[in-house]
Design a protein around this ligand. Structure first.
Ligand code: GLA
Length: 372
């Protein structure tokens, strides 16, 4: 079908548990949410002129399909990155005008970047009848981030934004790419996100460093145990046997990944059994591991997690996403939400002199067309 224009939407995501495991071929348990990037695309009749407008930033940007390069730190890289990857797939694009906006808070750990990349790749695929499947679009969106944005991210965010299913979380095996949907009903509990409003500026450099540390761990452990490709293949026993060979930091990074993978599997079982107390415990353990072993938390995130510790109506709390800012995710009794938000905001204000932002998110479908 030949279209002149299209509007697409792609959601941000939450992640119940499984942080930094994706690029180690491990497991994650994310879901798409009711916060979205929306892209309106219209063919402009030219061969190669691209004009993009960001509604939220109020910024225009133009370039030509055969002449563009990454710039330093800009949203433009997400757009150019997607186009660059589509071209690598042999996509025959023509000139278009694009306008995007949406309500995924930037820097919140809800992956506004994947939402933007996926809404664009999904939209261009439809508009120009490129014939790519969702997995190819996931890859295009992920590689845009690697090659133009410079963050060597895993596949979780783009996968979730593309494949999300209403009222379901997804267990994704980031090695085989097999995934399973699980109905998500927390009974009398609910998920509450608290945004620290600390933007994770350190995130991209530290993110790539963590990835390198994990790779170094594999390189060393592999000398003793053949057949190891990623930390997914390493057990705690194997790690322990290498304790003297690994720099302490690398040992800790590896320990987080190995224990976190197990927590994802345990959390999935807990969810299936409606054992929310167990789920909450795993969520707390995940935070401690991210804080102490992976060292990607920050004082504001730790403060908000600590605030929940003695509250019986909160079963679990942890930092969510890449870290160094963004949100905590809290498993909380529905009836106590308003009260807790009030307490948390007051305490946070007192400690840091600024407000937090609460979000009660619902779980929604992945990328789709809004209007043709
Ligand atoms: C970011 C990355 C993901 C994942 C998380 C941490 O959101 O984009 O691939 O690694 O951090 O779990």
């Amino acid at each position: 079908m030949t279209r002149k224009s299209i509007i697409t939407q792609s959601p941000g995501r939450i992640n119940l548990i499984g942080e930094h495991t994706d690029y180690n071929d491990g497991f994650v348990l994310p879901a798409a949410i009711n916060k979205k990037a929306i892209f309106r695309l219209t063919k402009n009749g030219t061969d190669k002129d691209i004009n993009i407008y960001s509604e939220n930033i109020g910024n225009h940007f133009s370039f030509e399909l055969d002449n563009f390069n990454p710039i330093e730190n800009g949203w433009e890289n997400y757009v150019m990155g997607v186009i660059n990857e589509l071209q690598k797939f042999g996509a025959k694009l023509k000139g278009f005008d694009g306008q995007f906006g949406g309500d995924v808070p930037i820097g919140s750990g809800m992956s506004s970047s994947a939402a933007l990349e996926c809404s664009l790749s999904f939209g261009l695929n439809e508009l120009f009848d490129l014939g790519l499947n969702k997995w190819q679009l996931i890859k295009v969106s992920q590689m845009a981030e690697h090659n133009f944005v410079g963050v060597k991210c895993g596949i979780m965010d783009q996968f979730t934004s593309m494949m999300g299913k209403k009222n379901h979380v997804m267990l994704l095996d980031c090695r085989s790419l097999e995934y399973q949907y699980f109905p998500f009903d927390l009974g009398e509990y609910q998920l509450l996100l608290l945004n620290t409003n600390v933007s994770h500026e350190l995130a991209s450099t530290e993110y790539n460093t963590r990835r390198e540390e994990c790779e170094l761990g594999v390189k060393i452990i592999k000398n003793k145990f053949l057949g190891i490709k990623k930390l997914r293949d390493v057990t705690l026993e194997m790690l322990q046997q290498n304790i003297n060979k690994l720099p302490e930091k690398v040992f800790k990074r590896c320990r987080h990944i190995i224990t976190e993978n197990q927590r994802v599997l345990d959390a999935t079982s807990a969810l299936v059994k409606n054992d929310f107390h167990q789920l909450g415990q795993l969520i707390y353990q995940s935070h401690i591991s991210l804080q102490k072993d992976y060292e990607v938390s920050c004082p504001e995130l730790d403060f908000l997690v600590n605030l929940t510790l003695k509250k019986k109506y909160i079963l679990g709390s942890r930092m969510m996403g890449g870290g160094f800012g963004g949100c905590t995710i809290n498993l909380i009794d529905k009836k106590q939400i308003a009260k807790f938000i009030e307490i948390a905001d007051k305490e946070y204000q007192l400690e840091y002199g600024k407000s937090l932002t609460p979000y009660l998110v619902s779980i929604e479908n992945g990328s789709g067309i809004i209007e043709k």
